[in-house]
Design a binder for this molecule. Structure first.
Ligand code: OXC
Length: 317
């Protein structure tokens, strides 16, 4: 790692400092105490919890996660240990003195539940930021909040005045320029520290031609896509929101990151930090040091010493 002395991957999400701009996507290896400890000891620059609800949730029936050469499909259904666990884990995380922030993901099943969760995490010591998930595609009968623009405003009206820690939202992917513009105009009205683009691309269908079946059980096989399938959509969302949001709102890139080049592309599109999901599931914790090394190598080849040298500087033809 001889290039690590000259090339810095440190970044800021609002007032939260990360020693390295790479960390886990919520959902990937971040549900249990063992997962969270492994993340704290890994090369990740932050630890983000699984999306939490008030109560423990078993989630959807298995099989509920499946990988192909091009990525993944999941319909986990928010399995998590409940809010008390993720609140208490904050103290364990702080005691480890890993030098990296602990971010809690919140995915209440109703507006009232989100209000209660954010109220609870406000009082829990050791939480550095909150990522409010507005985009889980895997709850049968519950639409993704991020596609209901009025509901997004109701939620933000209710939770923003409560949040003491830096608050961000995890968005679903948008596919229409007008939707980028409308959502950005809404988000610009709130004191958000960040937005994360993107959650999985909802309601894809992966099938097995040999067995003539779907590959996951919930929702007749429909689920959220990640990995290579989604990278161009993720980059489009990162770049659109980078251009449209107030500069104080950092965009966090998520989608299709399996190499240092993928992380470089997200940052070139404007991301202040980059999350890793499907590839973390495949490769486990060594993924962070590998991608960091590859990213540093690319930066060094190009003569860049810090992310701000190229962040958002995508050029047009
Ligand atoms: N996105 C989420 O927000 N949640 C999980 N899957 C996903 O793709 C889940 O738990 O289903």
């Amino acid at each position: 790692m001889e290039n690590s002395t000259t090339v810095s991957l440190s970044t800021q999400i609002g007032r939260v400092a990360l020693p390295v701009c790479l960390y886990n996507a919520s959902g990937a290896r971040c549900t249990t105490a063992q997962d969270l400890l492994a993340l704290a000891q890994s090369g990740a620059g932050a630890v983000l919890s699984k999306s939490s609800t008030m109560q423990f949730r078993e989630g959807n029936p298995a099989p509920r996660y499946y990988e192909t050469t091009l990525g993944s499909i999941n319909s986990m259904g928010l399995p998590n240990l409940g809010h008390e666990f993720y609140g208490q884990h904050a103290q364990v995380h702080a005691a480890l003195q890993s030098g990296k922030p602990y971010i809690v993901s919140v995915s209440g099943l109703s507006l009232e539940e989100n209000v209660s969760l954010i109220g609870f995490y406000n009082e829990a010591a050791g939480i550095d930021a909150i990522e409010l998930n507005l985009s889980c595609p895997n709850l049968p009968g519950k639409p993704q909040t991020g596609y209901d623009f009025e509901q997004v405003q109701h939620v933000l009206d209710a939770v923003c005045p409560l949040a003491k820690q830096p608050l961000g939202v995890k968005l679903p992917p948008y596919f229409d320029i007008v939707h980028f513009e409308q959502m950005a105009a809404i988000l610009n009205r709130y004191p958000l520290a960040f937005v994360t683009c993107i959650n999985s691309v909802g309601n894809g269908l992966v099938i097995d031609a040999h067995t003539e079946t779907v590959v996951i059980k919930p929702k007749n096989g429909f689920g959220g896509l990640g990995g290579d399938y989604v990278k161009p959509t993720a980059l489009a969302n990162v770049h659109a929101f980078y251009r449209l949001l107030r500069p104080e709102i950092g965009v966090i890139g998520c989608g299709g990151v399996k190499t240092g080049q993928d992380a470089f592309e997200h940052i070139l599109c404007g991301a202040v930090a980059v999350q890793i999901g499907t590839q973390l599931m495949r490769e486990d914790m060594p993924v962070f040091a590998r991608i960091a090394y590859e990213l540093q190598t690319i930066m060094q080849q190009k003569g860049y010493t810090r992310l701000e040298d190229f962040r958002g500087k995508l050029r047009y033809l």
